[in-house]
Design a protein around this ligand. Structure first.
Ligand SMILES: Cc1ncc(COP(=O)(O)O)c(C=O)c1O
Length: 405
């Protein structure tokens, strides 16, 4: 141990409480201290290099220390680092909102035209839940107060997000604090709870969802799902057609659809937003993680004119969306996001994802012998797990381009 590293480790163990980390093990161990990075490599305090296989938690789109993003942040620093978005505008947040609206999923109507900023995926999910609830309240559907979510869902760690979460290990302990809702099984082809096989199953996993909608649509305000892939729940891929049919059911029963694209969005499933692959435009879409290319915390909740309009009124009507964070729409983060989007466009990042996805499909086909498919994580893809090719058993439905493996 170099003296500097020794000092840092001692200070860390004395004062830092690490997330999702059993601190007893941490305190007994000899942790890595990442001091630098270069491209896809992390460099620790002793100068050793490690491949950033989790893309720093699925955020790093182009690797670390990207000159274009560095420059964008430095330029913005030369103007202003932070001003509040509460009652003021700033150029990067305005430009970015317009850009994201342009990248939103195609829609029969105007689509997702409004962008609400926050700093983390969980916050953006909270905002989505509150927007959906507020919309129902403001439009006279006051009985609509509950949400339908899926088993194995992960939407973040704040209490609203945990209320619609479905991973008992993370969420069960907090149940007394959570709001009640409805839950349906995940579309889980690899371990189908119905014992069926795709495609002969005809997406039977939607039946329990439809049953809840049928029975409870009058009290249901929204359905929230991670489109195409439940990421943190174990990279559980939905079969093709599932999202499209779910969307149709939501429309049929008059229930809003919230898509949490924190893990799947910003190109990580081969299209900018995963829902594009099923031709679905939700009522509310949440994105975060790779938005700034892995540089700064930024998340968005995008929604429709109809939902936005429901909050319009005179101040005394109290229809205002009373939600915001101190750093909402931070100009540095928005400048980084704009540079990230420019770079994705210039380097054709999405085409690269699709190429790698084809390579993965080839690997899965058996042609690559015992190759471990999870070694690809080129765009900060959900893909921290190592899953042997044989584990997929050839039963994984194909049809979606995705780097998540
Ligand atoms: C689908 C999904 N939603 C929300 C979150 C929470 O995002 P954050 O960690 O930025 O709060 C995550 C994080 O992994 C996620 O995968």
């Amino acid at each position: 141990m170099t003296p500097d590293r020794e000092r840092l480790v001692a200070l860390d163990k004395a004062h830092v409480w690490h997330p999702f980390t059993q601190m007893e093990g941490w305190l007994a161990g000899d942790p890595l201290v990442i001091a630098d990075a270069e491209g896809c490599w992390l460099i620790d305090a002793d100068g050793r290099r490690f491949l950033d296989g989790v893309s720093s938690l699925w955020v790093s789109v182009h690797g670390h220390r990207v000159p274009e993003i560095d420059r964008a942040i430095t330029n913005q620093l030369g103007r202003v680092a932070h001003t509040t978005l509460l009652g003021l505008a700033n150029p990067p947040s305005t430009e970015l909102a317009a850009r994201l609206v342009g990248l939103g999923p195609p829609s029969m109507g105007p689509g997702l035209t409004k962008v609400f900023y926050s700093e983390a995926g969980a916050c953006a999910v909270e905002i989505a839940l509150k927007m959906a609830f507020g919309y129902c309240q403001h439009t006279g559907k006051t009985e609509k107060r509950s949400f339908l979510s899926l088993d194995n869902a992960y939407h973040g760690d704040t209490l609203g997000a945990v209320s619609v979460g479905g991973i008992d290990l993370f969420h069960a302990a907090y149940r007394p604090l959570l709001f009640a809702g409805h839950r349906a099984p995940s579309p889980y082809c690899y371990r189908c709870p119905l014992g069926k096989e795709y495609p002969s199953c005809s997406t039977a996993c939607l039946h329990p969802v439809e049953e809840v909608l049928q029975e409870h649509h009058e009290e249901l305000c929204a359905v929230i799902v991670e489109p195409l892939m439940q990421a943190a729940g174990g990279m559980i891929a939905a079969p093709p057609g599932y999202l499209r049919q779910l969307h149709a059911l939501c429309e049929e029963y008059g229930v809003l659809l919230i898509l949490d694209e924190v893990a799947t969005g910003v190109g990580r499933t081969g299209t900018f937003f995963a829902c594009e692959q099923e031709g679905v435009c939700p009522d509310i879409l949440v994105a975060g993680k790779g938005l700034t290319g892995g540089y700064l915390p930024l998340a968005v909740t995008m929604t429709t004119e109809a939902i936005f309009d429901a909050f319009l009124g005179r101040p005394e009507e109290a229809r205002t969306f009373f939600h915001g964070h101190t750093y909402t729409g931070n100009p540095l983060a928005c400048a980084a996001a704009l540079a990230n989007l420019d770079l994705m466009e210039r380097t054709q990042t999405l085409a690269g994802v699709r190429e790698r996805s084809e390579l993965r499909t080839w690997a899965r086909s058996g042609a690559a012998g015992s190759w471990w498919v999870s070694s690809w994580s080129p765009t900060g893809a959900p893909g921290s797990r190592s899953t042997p090719r044989s584990a997929w058993g050839g039963r994984w439905p194909t049809g979606h381009a995705t780097t998540a493996c």
